[in-house]
Design a protein around this ligand. Structure first.
Ligand SMILES: Cc1ncc(C[n+]2csc(CCOP(=O)(O)OP(=O)(O)O)c2C)c(N)n1
Length: 580
């Protein structure tokens, strides 16, 4: 067999691990690798304008497909540009392999032009970050990296100088067996038995769900039915839990709604299912708590636990369900469903009042129309900022739609880059980026990537000429808003100049038609909606101090926050409550 270069072997193994694209910006140190990609039949080079976009896109691919995503940066500045997107992928547990091409190997440690120390630089945003400094380290280092990314869920980084990548490999890589699937993790029998005992002892059980409930919708519902438990969710659990859910009590957290908070606090047993919900202030202190998680190291890091269960949510529920006695008393569940419906009824009119004439356009109105008009299997990517609030409240999951954001890392500018990755995995699927004007402008260069690859991404831009979320945070904390506004900018014109179908709308009566036309457009499109910067949303459980700050800053602003179609779910769940 002809000799392979290290770079060729690298690319070959990535392709065999399921990687279809390598996102990046070329550079001298990357040349042997990009050249190997050019010649490889199964892997494509996606030429982004900013490496951060490539990392976000690779993370989005991984979150949608469950397969390994990949990106690359050339030495020095290319590494630094990758970092934020890699942090996001890592914290979302998205398996991503990043190649950090390094300066010439003979120069390492001399403060050479563009020198960084990638194995140190990426340590905090990866499970594994190692340097290949000799051809004989291949293929083992790459295999180890891939297995860290897939096995632990997150980022692995391989650094390699161009001169090493260009050398012949010492060892064949053709037969390397690569792990591509996760195992099923069933918790230990003793934990299952203890969980069953705690459930049997409890009178009021609440389930609180995170992204670990992906693929466990049916099991969560069956368990809730068995123990008559209200089911709340964290933001990353929304897409898996908030549909076909007769036990829904909404979302907890800073942008939460409904009765999830009450259900968690009034329970006598709270079961956290696959969630690393970070807000300890929203977790109860005097309730028994069980946490079930695939990551043993996450157990107990948010609150004191009565039982830690290491396992898949689905497997745990399947194992424990037959061991618990079915409960017949649904009083707690029904009380929580009633509280939830009442909480939603209280705000349901928040945005509907006069909204078809309200100028600037009300963002909640836009999102509720988008929810109606979007495809049943749409992928929504959502910018950090107020877009996340609107998405949490107005987008309706159904088991086929997907919702991606920067929900753990909380970075701005994630949505359009994630939409690029999402669209490349399936050009026929509707991919909608809910972008803020702050977020879009931060990585706007990659609008050109949409044109270059003719990606039919639809950008719905909430153009409030403000960093709205921070504006709100400043007011809540009692600071006068500062540094939070932008001059009015016509992003539709910018889109058109970039070769994208761009339409600007400032009349609320035109929003529905404009959304339809944008979604129907055959190619990339941007709908620039001039939205109201003063549309507010408040968490259901803000402290008195926060409220005081809010009140002292302005008395004109009102609490708002509608609830979209979830009110229908809440109302129909009430109808299911048996009448005496
Ligand atoms: C990279 C980064 N910088 C700053 C922040 C802090 N931050 C969070 S939301 C936000 C405002 C986002 O503004 P925009 O995208 O216009 O959306 P809006 O909230 O106005 O809808 C800022 C500055 C952040 N999360 N990420």
């Amino acid at each position: 067999m002809a000799k392979q270069s290290v770079a060729e072997q690298f690319v070959d193994i990535l392709a065999r691990a399921g990687v279809e694209r390598l996102y990046g910006v070329v550079g001298d140190s990357l040349n042997p690798v990009t050249d190997a990609v050019r010649r490889h039949p199964a892997i494509e080079w996606v030429q982004v304008r900013h490496e951060e976009v490539g990392a976000f896109a690779a993370g989005a691919e991984a979150q949608l497909t469950g397969r390994l995503g990949a990106c690359a940066g050339s030495c020095g500045p290319g590494h630094l540009h990758l970092i934020n997107g890699l942090f996001d992928a890592h914290r979302s547990m998205a398996p991503v392999l990043a190649l950090a091409a390094h300066i010439p190997s003979a120069e390492i440690g001399t403060s050479y032009f563009q020198e960084t120390h990638p194995e140190r630089l990426f340590a905090e945003c990866s499970h594994y970050s190692e340097l290949i400094s000799h051809p004989e380290q291949m293929p083992r280092i790459l295999q180890t990296a891939i297995q860290h990314a897939i096995g632990l869920g997150g980022v692995a980084v391989v650094s390699m100088s161009g001169d090493i990548a260009g050398q012949d490999t010492a060892q064949p890589g053709a037969e390397v067996a690569i792990l591509t699937r996760r195992p099923v993790v069933r918790p230990a029998e003793a934990e299952v038995a203890e969980l069953a005992r705690l459930v049997d002892e409890a009178e009021r059980v609440t389930l609180f769900c995170g992204s670990g409930t992906a693929d466990a919708h049916q099991e969560v519902m069956a368990f809730a039915e068995r123990v008559k438990a209200p089911v709340g969710h964290a933001l990353r659990g929304k897409e898996w839990i908030q549909y076909d859910n007769p036990f829904d009590v909404g979302m907890s957290g800073l942008i939460g709604y409904g009765a999830a908070y009450e259900a968690m606090h009034e329970a006598d047993l709270l079961i956290l299912l696959g969630t690393d919900f970070p807000y300890t202030a929203f977790l109860p202190e005097d309730v028994r708590v069980v946490q079930v998680d695939i990551r043993a190291e996450n157990l107990g890091r948010r609150c004191r636990l009565d039982l830690a269960v290491w396992g898949d949510v689905r497997e745990t529920l399947l194992a424990v369900a037959p061991q618990v006695r079915e409960k017949s008393d649904r009083r707690f569940l029904d009380r929580m469903l009633q509280k939830h419906a009442a909480a939603l009824e209280g705000v349901v009119t928040a945005y509907t009042r006069d909204v078809e004439r309200h100028r600037p356009i009300h963002p909640e109105y836009v999102t509720s129309l988008l929810d109606d008009e979007a495809a049943d299997d749409a992928v929504f990517t959502v910018d950090t900022g107020m877009c996340t609030v609107w998405a949490a409240r107005y987008l309706s999951p159904n088991g086929r739609r997907r919702l991606l954001g920067s929900f753990s890392h909380g970075s701005m500018a994630n949505a359009m880059p994630q939409a690029i990755g999402a669209q490349l995995t399936d050009r026929g699927r509707q991919v909608i980026s809910l972008s803020g004007d702050g977020g879009l402008s931060m990585l706007m260069g990659d609008l050109l990537t949409l044109t270059q690859y003719d990606l039919p991404v639809k950008i719905v831009l909430f153009n409030n000429s403000a960093l709205g979320m921070v504006d709100l945070e400043m007011m809540v904390a009692g600071f006068p808003p500062y540094g939070t506004t932008y001059p009015h900018t016509d992003y539709a014109a910018i889109a058109r100049a970039a070769g994208i179908h761009g339409v600007r709308v400032d009349d609320p009566r035109d929003v529905r038609d404009a959304l339809r036309q944008t979604l129907d457009h055959d190619g990339p499109a941007l709908l620039d909606l001039v939205t109201d910067p003063n549309a507010l949303s408040m968490p259901p459980h803000i402290t008195g101090q926060q409220l005081a700050g809010f009140a002292t800053t302005t008395s004109k602003l009102v609490l708002s926050g509608g609830v979209g179609r979830m009110i229908q779910l809440a109302r129909s769940n009430l109808r299911n409550i048996p009448r005496p």
